[in-house]
Design a protein around this ligand. Structure first.
Ligand SMILES: [Zn+2]
Length: 303
């Protein structure tokens, strides 16, 4: 009897001690979201693209010769210096292709980390969203950058590209994929299908880096490799080579996005199991500092 009582007391104490810090602890997203500028540290991506933070990020200039950063109010135009250099290279390529340049969406928060809204990734300064909207001009005011919207390049039935998609989009995506700093690019599947159909046999190795994904019809998402020597940066697995078994990814896994994914094959009628509330998945927004690499505390505390 006494033993059970002690056992119960211990269980209650344990439950209370576990519950209290969970209630009191701020989320990492709220802590990183409050940071207004990068840390004065050597540039360093820390952790994985979807669970980490970044030291020494620098701000993409709001306007450059071939780009404009959009939605400035979000303060997400911070990236690793290699990301900033990549954006400048891509802007120059866009100009060579015939666009005025590029409209740049979110990169990362000033010190990376999880965000209270939007992306699960973009946490280590190596992800950047590029708008599908070809810039008409690179003189947008702050207010215009808040109000203008991008355009979708996908048809309403999600099976093909629409009339907004042009050869220039394909050329820009190809240029991005051929950049040696790029690990992979996420884009809506119909764009990849179109690129697979148009690529010549001699010029398609770069297609491996173009990856079909949910959404991504208003922008494409470029993910850079861990920079050389960045020992706290976790390289993503599986690699694009593994995902496409060494090929170009123009295969049945791509086709799935525009067939079975949209129109699941019907299964034989079975009695429905009783409905159970699905456990809420813990996402990047719920992370506390304990969920991130230990170095992220130093990034937050740094000047
Ligand atoms: Zn993105």
């Amino acid at each position: 009897m006494a033993r059970t009582l002690i056992g119960t007391c211990l269980a209650v104490l344990l439950a209370v001690s576990l519950a209290v810090p969970a209630l009191a602890e701020p989320t990492a997203a709220s802590l990183f979201g409050a940071e207004k500028r990068g840390s004065r540290q050597a540039p360093q991506p820390i952790g994985t693209y979807a669970r980490g933070c970044a030291a020494g990020l620098v701000q993409l200039p709001e306007t450059g010769p071939t780009w404009q950063a959009m939605r400035l109010s979000r303060n997400r135009n911070w990236g690793h210096p290699e990301t900033i250099a990549f954006i400048q290279r891509l802007g120059a390529r866009a100009a060579a292709i015939g666009w005025k340049g590029i409209y740049v969406g979110d990169i990362s928060q000033p010190r990376g980390g999880p965000m209270t809204s939007g992306h699960a990734s973009h946490q280590i300064g190596l992800d950047v969203d590029i708008w599908m909207l070809p810039p008409k001009r690179l003189t947008l005011s702050r207010a215009e950058r808040e109000s203008i919207s991008s355009i979708s390049v996908r048809s309403a039935d999600q099976r093909r590209v629409n009339g907004n998609y042009t050869a220039a989009h394909a050329a820009l995506l190809r240029a991005a994929a051929m950049d040696p700093a790029v690990d992979r690019i996420f884009v809506t599947a119909p764009v990849k299908v179109e690129m697979c159909n148009r690529a010549t046999r001699a010029d398609r190795d770069w297609l491996q880096k173009i990856r079909p994904y949910y959404g991504h019809h208003y922008h494409f998402h470029v993910r850079l490799k861990c920079p050389r020597g960045a020992r706290n940066c976790v390289t993503q697995r599986p690699t694009v080579a593994e995902l496409s078994k060494g090929g170009d990814g123009c295969d049945e896994t791509l086709n799935w996005w525009v067939t079975d994914y949209l129109d699941p094959p019907k299964k034989a009628a079975r009695p429905k199991p009783p409905a159970k509330p699905a456990p809420k998945k813990r996402g990047a927004r719920d992370y506390t500092m304990d969920d991130l690499p230990r170095e992220c505390r130093r990034v937050l505390a740094a000047d």
